[in-house]
Design a protein around this ligand. Sequence first.
Ligand code: SF4
Ligand code: SF4
Length: 116
Amino acid sequence: MTEGTGACGINCLACGLMRSGKCSPCGSGLEGQAHKKLAAQLRLLGGVCPILQCAVQRKLAYCSADCELYPCRHFLDGPYPFSRGYLEMQMRRRGAAGQGAAPAAPPTGKDGQKLH
Ligand code: SF4
Ligand code: SF4
């Protein structure tokens, strides 16, 4: 995978905010870029993206591809990055238990509404 796709699956490399220098890419949970982004969020916004932090802590690259809990509470509680309809489609088509669960040690962001 290309560095620049966030752990959540958002392709930052295709985002106009990143291309115009208004935002930095997230990277997967296994990339150094993720640590840089978390540090930048903490410094600039006072909190971190719980999805990115959780993927780093769990040592998983991409939530949807690599985590059995996907979509977990970090996604379902929102507000970023996907709609409820999209997440319900994911749960329906995966058809397995465990999704929608709360991760064991949920990291916190000061204000999840402002982490982008
Ligand atoms: S939800 Fe988190 S990992 Fe995904 S693009 Fe936003 S800050 Fe990055
Ligand atoms: S528990 Fe949720 S946020 Fe954490 S790696 Fe799994 S899907 Fe991603």
